[in-house]
Design a binder for this molecule. Structure first.
Ligand SMILES: [Zn+2]
Length: 281
């Protein structure tokens, strides 16, 4: 058996792995006594099957739990490949995944993008979590505590953090990345900074985001600062009476000078008008 091309499995602690996928979406793998817990099921069923294959390099134990960090297609559209597993997510993640119109739009976008996985998007059976929670939940799994935390709306309405208190490791979905600009299209910019403030209260030393490399504590603070700066700069531009175009240019310039090494910073300007409109409303 060979590993899925472009992927790398990094052992963070005994039984705790990050499965990084270059340029695509990361997953987490935690091995328990009798089973496996997977964080994010990835973009379409074939990607989930590849993930399951890669888990088989580590263990033959069955996958008992899937945790959805949030409802976005590239993190959760592989859920249907885990019919035996308990799929855990935030209640807002559930609501988004059963929102027919929201998912119809996403399916159209993914198909229109004409990527290698676009064709498969036609046949995805979007499968929401079957166990949801409101603010927090704790699993005892493989002798370790796994805390699931909800700190409010941010990148979507239902982002959760998977935190291992003993190991000081977190899986942060798309809310906080290691020097990367997150997708802002479904975001809640008025609430995101506060959610980040609560996230950085956790004693996190290393984190695995939905995209990009593994981050350290400093990178987590930078991710928080990025969102704070983005929102604060946009609010100032709105107060100054700048229109959408001018505000986007000003804020993009400000963030480029402060966070020039962030992945995706060059595309930030195109994503700001939508955030501007949400903050103005
Ligand atoms: Zn996302």
């Amino acid at each position: 058996m060979t590993m899925t091309p472009g992927t790398e499995i990094v052992e963070l602690e005994t039984g705790v792995y990050a499965r990084l996928h270059e340029g695509l979406t990361n997953a987490g793998i935690i091995i328990g006594d009798n089973g496996v817990l997977v964080i994010d099921s990835l973009r379409v069923p074939s990607f989930a099957r590849d993930l399951i294959q890669d888990v088989r390099h580590i263990t033959s134990k069955p996958i008992q739990y899937v945790i959805d960090t949030h409802a976005h297609w590239d993190h959760s559209w592989g859920n249907e490949e885990f019919p035996e597993a308990t799929i855990i997510g935030h209640e807002n993640c559930y609501d988004e995944m059963v929102d027919v119109e929201w998912n119809r739009q996403w399916r159209e976008k993914v198909i229109a993008a004409n990527d290698p996985w676009s064709e498969e998007a036609h046949i995805v059976n979007i499968t929401p979590p079957n166990l949801t929670f409101e603010t927090s939940m704790q699993l005892r799994f493989g002798g370790r505590a796994i805390d699931l935390k909800y700190f409010g709306k941010a990148h979507t309405s239902g982002d959760i953090f998977i935190f291992l208190p003993e190991e000081k490791i977190a899986f942060t979905g798309d809310v906080a990345m290691d020097r990367g600009v997150p997708f802002l299209g479904d975001s809640y910019p008025a609430e995101w900074p506060g959610t980040d403030d609560r996230l950085v209260e956790l004693p996190i030393e290393r984190f695995v985001a939905g995209h990009g490399p593994i981050g350290d504590h400093d990178a987590l603070l930078q991710a928080r600062d990025f969102i704070h700066s983005l929102v604060a700069n946009l609010k100032t531009a709105i107060q100054d009476g700048q229109d959408e175009g001018a505000a986007s240019a000003t804020v993009s310039d400000a963030l480029n000078s402060q966070f020039g090494d962030f992945r995706g910073i060059e595309g930030l300007k195109d994503n700001l008008p939508e955030v501007y409109r949400k903050l103005k409303a």
